[in-house]
Design a protein around this ligand. Structure first.
Ligand code: PLP
Length: 394
């Protein structure tokens, strides 16, 4: 009999979003006259920008003619798109060669797949509260997980403890769910730790486009020593509304090696075995994001989400609730007022003002007592939620 991967039995149910869906459904069943203000969603609400749509249409037309039709794409990404992304980094002062950029169909896919590069015996350090997929992907792989709790005291940006015993280090900055962003000095401590130990950092930069403070690093490769220890995983999902369109990119420096093995070369081998590349259409659409016009248009969408963030943080300032995030990230992470626990606060604002957010406890035990609001909703709903929060808690 085939033996299943028994590590799947160790996974905890996707309790967080399932439970939220159940609770909101039950509320609506009991209150059919009410509507909900959904401030918990991690999905974007604005459509793709005009430049991307035009490029997608043009690519569809290419597929209709013999002369322009494209079949299989190169597994690691279209050379033009790899080069476009390398140049995008170059404009920000990070020199990459095209072969260090891999095009993917999204950060989630990549965060799971990339684990193929590492022996299962190396433990993974996950700073909590954390994006739940980090934990689950490692549980599935049977890897030991070292949870590093963060807190209000360290601004949810812990330093590596000297006795940390893990070789795969997850860093998400700007962070989901806390919205906290590592400074250059903060990241440097992790990079030095990783290099001392021979560890590898998996740097999740999915929210880099939300950084507005220029002193904060948008890429781990802005920091000395990162090329010797880091892999960066990024995505157009939140930057450019590609959640349903799907495109991401991964940077693996050519010289990144451990135990005599080269991770860039290993990833080429992996991709050429396990994928047949990202769709031509989507890669053409993605290339439009990096044009001058595309950048202008995506900034306009990001500006809308930033205004949502300001609406929410202004409300929290008025109420006098502690929060972080919102400024350089699309998430606002707040301390539940009155010492409420995360789920009690969830129930309270659902019942009283029909606002739905995400309980912090769902991102790890140290998220208990905190709560996440997303800024990806509509400005109208965000304003109404903010007004209701002030009325209820102000
Ligand atoms: N990383 C983080 C921290 C995220 O919050 C998300 C999505 O919410 C992802 C990765 C996944 O991005 P993608 O849509 O590219 O799979």
């Amino acid at each position: 009999m085939i033996r299943p991967n028994l590590h799947y039995a160790e996974l905890r149910d996707s309790y967080l979003f399932f439970h939220i869906a159940q609770k909101t459904k039950a509320y609506l069943a009991n209150h059919p006259d009410k509507r909900l203000y959904r401030m918990g969603i991690g999905d974007v609400s604005l459509p793709l920008c005009g430049s991307v749509i035009q490029a997608l249409h043009a690519a569809v037309d290419d597929q209709a003619a013999k002369e322009t039709f494209r079949g299989y794409m190169p597994e690691c990404g279209a050379p033009e798109l790899r080069s476009t992304i390398a140049q995008f980094y170059g404009r920000r002062g990070v020199a990459l060669d095209d072969g260090e950029v891999f095009v993917s169909s999204g950060a989630s896919d990549e965060l799971g797949d990339i684990l193929d590069l590492f022996d299962r015996s190396s433990a993974a350090c996950i700073i909590e509260p954390a994006y739940p997929a980090y934990v689950d992907a490692n549980v599935m792989a049977g890897r030991k997980i070292v949870r590093l709790p963060s807190s209000q005291d360290n601004g949810f940006l812990p330093e590596p403890p000297d006795d940390l015993d893990a070789d795969l280090l997850y860093i998400c900055s700007p962070n989901n769910p806390t919205g906290a962003v590592y400074t250059r000095d903060g990241l440097k401590k992790w990079i030095d730790f990783a290099n001392r130990r021979g560890a590898v950092i998996l740097f999740d930069a999915a929210y880099e486009a939300f950084i507005e403070d220029d002193s904060l690093p948008r890429s781990v490769f802005e920091i000395d020593g990162a090329r010797e220890c880091a892999i960066e995983i990024c995505s157009l999902s939140k930057t450019a509304g590609f959640t349903g369109t799907r495109l991401g990119y991964t940077v693996i420096p050519r010289g990144l090696e451990r135990g005599g093995m080269n991770f860039n070369a290993m990833w080429v081998r992996n991709r050429t075995t396990k994928t047949n590349g990202v769709s031509y259409l989507i890669q053409r659409g993605a290339a439009a994001v990096f044009t001058e016009q595309g950048q202008k248009e995506i900034r306009e969408n990001i500006r809308v989400y930033k205004e949502n963030a300001r609406t929410l943080t202004d409300a929290l300032d008025k109420i006098g609730v502690w929060y972080c995030g919102g400024k350089n990230a699309p998430y606002v992470w707040l301390k539940c007022p009155g010492g409420m626990d995360s789920w009690a606060f969830f129930d309270y604002i659902l019942e009283e003002i029909q606002v739905v957010g995400t309980p912090g406890a769902g991102f790890g035990a140290c998220g208990e007592g905190f709560f996440r609001f997303s800024t990806f909703g509509s400005p109208e709903d965000t304003r109404e939620s903010a007004k209701r929060l002030i009325e209820l808690l102000g």
